[in-house]
Design a protein around this ligand. Structure first.
Ligand code: DGY
Length: 318
């Protein structure tokens, strides 16, 4: 019987699918299995079900002498050394598509919350500071009719752009390849990165983390943005130079930021960024709806089993 190690408890249906066909061990901790556990567990298994919090590097892969498949419970797979896996003949799969709309919803949640200082306003109200309706109380930025800049026009970027139509926004996008469908549907215009940063009131990041996108948004790029601009990151933390972002916010070079992802996760509770009232944060919950996480669980289980059964998985990472 095939052996599978699952690095965290995922929704039950996915685990049941695996248990019907394989001998499954699940790491029951609330945090990722320590490296030494992974190194030990990987030795005897044929399949590994990982989360984006599990760094699967060369040393770990080399310990997996029976390993045939790694099914990553995420669309991003920057946690896995895919080249090394390929060299060892190990198939890597991910979960594209199913989490697109859910993540786009969260990006918009952050966008609206950051534009209107919603979290601070909530805290202020609960703390009993509200004395009277005030003409200057919690002034924010309008969203309707503004310009939305999408950096990375893949599935999620496009879903975020489509939502902008409901707010009558002009859409700009920065992407390697033109997206004629997106342009037709939303009137979006493809521009260079600098132009997007200079012209957008809202900038939302949707690129994968690669050497080319690491620190894509640094001090220079933040300097180009409008003073009223809001930056949203639901992609990967290291795409933004976090220290430069904090400085830009402190110096009021941009208005606010909404962040679901961080350079290091979890972000340290003492990180100065968390003291900044212009930042709205979430603990990497882009895909966290009941329905989507269940779909992701079925998807990883299906693909993992497909590879073990000698079939082609639906979502191989290429
Ligand atoms: C992913 O799947 O890569 C997302 O970051 C999860 O929210």
């Amino acid at each position: 019987m095939f052996k599978v190690f699952v690095t965290r408890r995922i929704p039950a249906e996915g685990l049941e699918m695996l248990r019907e066909k394989c001998q499954v061990r699940v790491w029951e901790g609330e945090t990722p299995p320590p490296r030494e556990v992974l190194l030990e567990e990987i030795k005897g298994v044929h399949g590994l079900l990982t989360l984006l919090t599990d760094p699967i590097d060369r040393e770990i892969l080399e310990a997996g002498s029976h390993l045939k498949v790694i099914a990553n419970y995420a669309v991003g797979y920057d946690n896995i050394d895919v080249d090394q896996a390929r060299q060892q003949g190990i198939v890597v799969t991910n979960t594209p598509g199913v989490l697109t709309e859910t993540t786009a919803d969260l990006a918009w949640g952050l966008l609206l919350a950051a534009a209107r200082s919603l979290v601070k306003a909530d805290q202020y109200t609960r703390a009993g500071h509200w004395k009277s309706w005030g003409p200057q109380l919690f002034l924010g930025q309008d969203v309707q009719g503004q310009t939305l800049g999408i950096i990375g026009a893949g599935r999620i970027g496009q879903a975020v752009a489509r939502r902008g139509l409901g707010f009558d926004m002009d859409i700009l996008y920065y992407s390697r390849n033109p997206k004629p469908e997106l342009e037709k549907e939303t009137g979006a215009r493809k521009v260079e990165l600098d132009e997007l940063l200079q012209e957008s009131d809202f900038v939302s990041l949707h690129v994968p983390l690669t050497p080319a996108t690491e620190n894509l948004i640094g001090a220079r790029e933040l300097e180009l943005m409008k003073k009223n601009a809001v930056l949203i990151n639901t992609a990967r933390g290291p795409v933004v130079d976090q220290e430069a972002l904090n400085q830009a916010l402190l110096q009021e070079k941009i208005f606010a930021a909404g962040l679901d992802v961080f350079a290091r996760e979890p972000i340290d509770a003492s990180d100065p960024l968390l003291e900044n009232p212009r930042v709205v944060v979430a603990p990497h919950i882009g895909s966290a709806s009941f329905a989507t996480r269940e779909k992701m669980a079925r998807m990883v289980a299906e693909d993992l089993l497909a590879v073990l059964q000698g079939k082609t998985p639906k979502n191989p990472v290429t």
